[in-house]
Design a protein around this ligand. Structure first.
Ligand SMILES: Nc1ncnc2c1ncn2[C@@H]1O[C@H](COP(=O)(O)OP(=O)(O)OP(=O)(O)O)[C@@H](O)[C@H]1O
Length: 347
């Protein structure tokens, strides 16, 4: 459906997108994930024909975005990071304007406007001035305009940035619904967002693709960072004996507690942490030694993301340059959003 081939974008001496290639298939929700400045917006702007590329090709359903831009653009709806809304118009007026600009006319335009207003639940505000709408509703208007012309692909650049937690949840639900009828590509630097909405994730860092897979497969990549911790009332030799019985155990550290028990942190090389927990539990029970605590830590997408972007070590075999620079991130903003989301999720 979309084929990106060896895409490169240079701003002067700076390479913002570096030899990016990937293919998007029909009917999935794709997450385009990366730290701030990774090159997500640049890539999306090129894919949607808003920006030229220094090198490479983008084909939308076979149409080259640079050679046949009209045909290619017809097949895509785009919500840029800053949606170009006219504040002194109502959603209805604005959607009419955008629909006409996309070449939709007459009754068909009327039908499509009704349909996108209903899909994005704008009925109650369709006659209010956009300048008087909340950011969440403005974002809905932005999504509604992307849906006009009934494109197969919807591209959304950071659609939840700046929204409050309730609005974030509403927009995510809307995106999930859109994914039932369209191919959706969504850029984000919020991991939990991509994990909950997307079926496939592209991770981009410093303009390069570092991973492209299902969220669950990316987590499997980091099985090695699965870990188990326990506190046992046993001697070091007995603990060593138990751990040596378990093939999946890669390494461990023991620390004597004040009450005489021993805290053990175990690194797992392969397999499930729960299987290792089960083995440890029964091994100590058989020896009639008490386990005071037993917990496992499963690698999640966040671990994959940090591993692939912060360390620059390429576990997905896409980028082999092994850079170790830290990305240009703005953790405060991300943390605020994720913290607020957790408050809502926990209610
Ligand atoms: N017009 C420009 N001129 C020079 N450098 C630019 C220009 N536009 C973007 N850049 C740089 O290119 C890099 C990629 O920017 P881009 O906006 O694509 O990243 P992003 O992944 O979308 O980041 P964010 O999540 O912050 O939006 C950044 O280092 C940015 O500063």
């Amino acid at each position: 459906m979309i084929r990106v081939e060896h895409l490169t974008k240079r701003y002067g001496d700076f390479t913002a997108v570096n030899d990016l290639s990937f293919e998007i298939e029909e009917g999935h929700v794709y997450g385009f994930l990366g730290p701030n400045g990774a090159g997500k917006s640049t890539t999306m702007n090129i894919m949607t024909g808003c920006l030229s590329a220094s090198e490479g090709h983008v084909r939308i359903e076979g149409y080259d975005i640079f050679e046949e831009p009209d045909r290619a653009k017809k097949r895509m709806g785009y919500l840029p990071e800053q949606p170009p809304l006219y504040m002194n118009e109502t959603p209805l007026e604005y959607l009419k304007f955008v629909g006409e600009a996309k070449g939709v006319k007459g009754r068909e335009l009327h039908r499509q406007i009704e349909s996108v207003i209903s899909q994005t639940r704008l009925e109650d505000v369709k006659d209010r001035l956009i300048s008087n709408l909340s950011k969440g509703y403005r974002q809905r208007v932005g999504i509604a305009q992307a849906l006009l012309g009934n494109p197969g692909v919807i591209i959304l650049d950071e659609p939840t940035v700046g929204l409050d937690p309730i609005q974030i949840i509403e927009i995510r639900d809307l995106i999930k619904q859109l994914g039932q009828e369209h191919t959706v590509i969504l850029s984000s630097h919020i991991l939990s967002e991509v994990q909950t909405i997307c079926e496939k994730v592209l991770i981009i860092d410093k303009g390069k693709l570092v991973a492209f897979d299902k969220p669950e497969n990316l987590e499997k990549l980091l099985m090695a960072s699965n870990a188990v911790s326990f506190i046992a009332e046993a001697e070091n030799d007995e603990i060593k004996e138990v751990l040596e019985e378990i093939e999946a155990v890669a390494d461990w550290q023991m620390k004597k507690q004040e009450n005489g028990s021993v805290r053990v942190d175990v690194k797992i090389e392969s397999g499930e942490a729960s299987d290792v927990c089960r083995h440890i539990f029964f091994a100590f029970a058989k020896r009639e030694k008490a386990l005071l605590e037993l917990t496992s830590k499963k690698a999640n997408l966040e671990d994959v993301f940090l591993e692939l972007t912060e360390s620059g070590v390429d576990k997905a075999s896409v980028d082999k340059d092994g850079k170790t620079d830290k990305p240009d991130t703005e953790p405060t903003e991300n943390n605020d959003v994720e913290w607020m989301e957790r408050q809502v999720d926990n209610r």
